[in-house]
Design a protein around this ligand. Structure first.
Ligand SMILES: NC(=O)c1ccc[n+]([C@@H]2O[C@H](COP(=O)([O-])OP(=O)(O)OC[C@H]3O[C@@H](n4cnc5c(N)ncnc54)[C@H](O)[C@@H]3O)[C@@H](O)[C@H]2O)c1
Ligand SMILES: O=C(O)C[C@H](O)C(=O)O
Length: 307
């Protein structure tokens, strides 16, 4: 039986468990440091199964021994930003949490594929790699599917078309220097620049880049979790069903896109062995420059880390 563990029973963690339970992929363990929180949410989600009609077993726990033999471990533990903060402002508090979580994953679930979600995403995924010592293709981060989903949603709204017919692409770091790619985005095969004017596209790009902050400002407390959990589940599905879908994820680069030794959002083939290939897209000079700036800020944060 497949086993998935979700660390962090907050907004992203609990919503992810809800979606996973409804998909009936396998047994789920939900871990948090707050006593009673994962147990209470697990019980509630188990009871929902009797109404919705799923038999997924969900265990809430404060004990990492319960994640033993997990096939996939998803890390959502950590602080979310408040209005006015950048994701990078979370680096100190969340590095400490990631270290604790990843030491436990290394001890109890050494064969597991790790999906990091905690922000600042690309840097926290690097912490997960360093602390677990797992193979880089088994440690990667969720961000690009979310950013791409936001871009696709804004494109669909602008064109008054179905989101299902929009293919969008966003690469780079999960921060203010992420790079939405209009020429690699299309609606039913027609590239975006043939459908919308430059100014309109620029507006959609800008809104995508600040999509997370827009929600943080509206919520006033916490950050997005419905779209993030949907993105996590898409990654889990591609792994467990060995779909080999090409999805934008934060992957460890070893020369691709001219980058080495950092996690960066790129399209990657996701299957039962985790990241099974990285796809390099054609970029113009201006886009290459944005990627350089984005990677430079990630490298700076990595140099500052104490791991
Ligand atoms: N990568 C992305 O695209 C993306 C999207 C959304 C949220 N996030 C990030 O995900 C993280 C969680 O967001 P959220 O909205 O669920 O926050 P939340 O505050 O609702 O939940 C976080 C949970 O982590 C738990 N936690 C803290 N330290 C822990 C530890 N050492 N072990 C286990 N659990 C611990 C807390 O008790 C809390 O229940 C944040 O860092 C947020 O910025 C990333
Ligand atoms: O914006 C945040 O802080 C959370 C997440 O990274 C997001 O993009 O929604």
């Amino acid at each position: 039986m497949v086993k998935i563990s979700v660390i962090g029973a907050g907004n992203v963690g609990a919503t992810t468990v809800q979606r996973l339970a409804e998909m009936e992929f396998g047994n789920i363990v939900l871990v948090d440091i707050v006593e009673g929180l994962p147990q209470g949410k697990a019980l509630d989600l188990m009871q929902a199964g009797a109404i919705i009609g799923y038999d997924t077993k969900i265990k809430g726990s404060n004990d990492y021994a319960d994640i033993a033999d997990s096939d996939i471990t998803i890390i959502t533990a950590g602080a979310a930003r408040k209005p006015g903060m950048s994701r990078a402002d979370l680096i100190n508090i969340n590095t400490k949490i990631m270290k604790d979580v990843c030491e436990n994953i290394k001890q109890y679930a050494p064969e597991s594929i790790v999906i990091a979600v905690t922000n600042p995403l690309d840097v926290m995924t690097y912490v997960a790699l360093e602390v677990t010592g797992f193979e880089p293709n088994h440690v990667f981060g969720m961000s690009g599917i979310l950013d791409t989903g936001r871009f696709a949603s804004f494109i669909a709204d602008e064109l008054a078309c179905s989101k299902r017919d929009v293919e969008a692409m966003v690469i780079g770091g999960h921060g203010d220097q992420m790079l939405p790619l209009p020429q690699h985005s299309s609606v039913f095969g027609t590239p975006l620049p043939e459908l919308l004017g430059e100014d309109v596209i620029a507006g959609l790009v800008e809104r995508t880049i600040h999509g997370g902050a827009e929600i943080v400002a509206l919520l006033k407390q916490g950050s997005a979790f419905y779209a993030p959990s949907a993105a996590i589940v898409q990654m889990v599905e591609s792994i467990l069903r060995d779909e080999k879908r090409v999805l934008p994820v934060s992957a460890y680069l070893e020369g691709e896109y001219g980058q080495k030794g950092i996690y960066f959002g790129v399209p990657a083939k996701i299957g039962c062995d985790g990241i099974e290939g990285i796809i390099e897209l054609e970029l113009n000079e201006e886009q290459k420059q944005v990627l350089e700036e984005s990677s430079a800020s990630i490298k700076e944060s990595i140099d500052y880390l104490d791991v």
